[in-house]
Structure formats: structure tokens, C-alpha cells
Write a protein that binds this ligand. Sequence first.
Ligand code: ATP
Length: 271
Amino acid sequence: MDDLSAVGTPVRTMLPILDVRNVTKRFAFGNESIAALSDATLRIEKGEFACLIGPSGCGKSTLLRMVGGFETPSEGALLMWGKPVAGPGPDRGMVFQDYGLFPWLTVAQNVGFGPAARGRPKAEVAATAKRFVDTVGLTRFADAYPHQLSGGMKQRVAIARVLANDAEVVLMDEPFGALDAFTRERLQAELLEIWARTKLTVIFVTHAIEEAIILADRVVVMSPGPGRIVADERIALARPRDPTSPEFNALRRHLSALLGGHHQWRQPRRW
Ligand SMILES: Nc1ncnc2c1ncn2[C@@H]1O[C@H](COP(=O)(O)OP(=O)(O)OP(=O)(O)O)[C@@H](O)[C@H]1O
């Protein structure tokens, strides 16, 4: 496995922030094993917004969890800035569907939780929390508790918490899957606004073609049985994107065709 971490910062700018090289992941399943992901290769540049899309069981969450360091590849290499991902770290923040906020902590305390847990001095924790609460536009709500916030505000807190950890990559696993269309649209717009301002790298899992086209610089199309990457499409439309425009519709048809043969759930291949 290549380890380019020792080569110094000037080279870092030439590396992709994430480099997934021929990654296969097998899970034990009784006496057999399931290939959740097979030979996946993907390079993501700093600041990119990438969506992973595909039907249930195609390995989207597995790929995301491996980038997060929660799973390790069975084969291949997964590098961040040229260095193998060896486990979870504050440089990669996961935003959960329910945002995972601590209900007994205020907004500022939730945002400062990571630095506090790492033993940073109190004054520094407070300054970091304030900075990122301000970044996501929640200054007036710094002392509010999660139950006093709207869904959009909770999402902002979750992202501020990731930023306060110095995360460069945000991993989101279908964060809007359970929401009504109106709320979903609002949260998509809020997420894009924060992303544009912070230049975070986002990897976002979704089942929805329209959501992927609204959000992404790149849509990585996956298919099951075994899970694999079948296409990697660049979305060059200017933002904000209009789902009623002919260009948007052409992309919708294109992605739909790429996914077309894979809409039905298929039994994963066993090895
Ligand atoms: N911890 C595990 N142990 C055994 N099998 C697993 C495990 N995690 C995932 N799998 C299997 O790997 C395959 C891919 O799962 P994964 O959750 O990555 O798919 P997905 O595309 O995210 O699906 P969904 O859209 O339903 O969340 C599935 O067949 C699943 O059963």
C-alpha cells in the first residue's frame, strides 16, 4: 500500500483528498462471504461535492463507512492525502440522519464537544465553538438546546460540529431520506450554501436522482450484486439548479438509464 504522507505538504496539493484504489469489501455471512463492494476506484478532489447513488445493497454505505474509517477494505487501498485511512478521525466527520446532537448540551456546547473531548483548553474550546456557530449563522441560538431548533438548524449544528473538529471531509448517509419534499429542498439549499462558503469536501449518499443532480459536482453511480461503481458523471450545470430545465431533465434521463438495469434488488454475489 502506498504511503505518501512523508513526502511533505507541497505535494499534498497535487494529491486527491481521497483516493479509493481497487477497493473490495467482503463481509462474513455464515460460512460464506458477501462482496458488499467490488474493485471500486474513485478519486475525489478537495472541495468536491460527490453523490453516491444506487439501489439498496449496492455498497454505498459500505464505501462511505470505509472512508470514515469504520470499516477496512478487504483488498485495495483507501488513502486520504496519500496516507492510508487507518480508522475514524476528526478530519472526516459523519453527519447522521438524526444529526446525532446531544440533547442535554446547548448549540455551542455541541459544536465545542470534539475539541473539549480532545482536552483543548476551555477558552480555546469556547472560541472554536463561537467561530463555527457564527459560520453556520446560528449566533443567536448559541445557548439554545437541540429541541428548540428546526431541522435545518440542527443540520447546521451538526455541520458546525464537524467543522470544529477541523474536518475536511463530511460524510452524509441519506440525511434527507425520511423528510417531506419541502423540508428536503430547504435543507439541500442550506447544505449547498454552507458547502460553498466552507469549501468542505462532501460525500453524500442518496437514492434520489433529482437530489444528486441538485447537489453534486459528480454523481457516482453504483449497482449491486456485487456492489460496484458503474459510472462517474460530472454535473456541470450552474447552481442553483433548476429541476424543470431541459438540461436538468436530460441529466435525469441519463442517470435514470444508467440506473435502469439495476432498479430491482438482486442477491449479492457470494464468494
Ligand atoms: N456488517 C455487515 N455484515 C454483513 N453484510 C453486510 C454488512 N454491511 C453491509 N453488508 C452487506 O453488504 C451489501 C451492501 O450493503 P450497504 O449497506 O453498503 O448497501 P447500500 O447501498 O448502502 O444499501 P441501502 O441503500 O439499502 O442503505 C448488502 O448486501 C449488505 O447486506
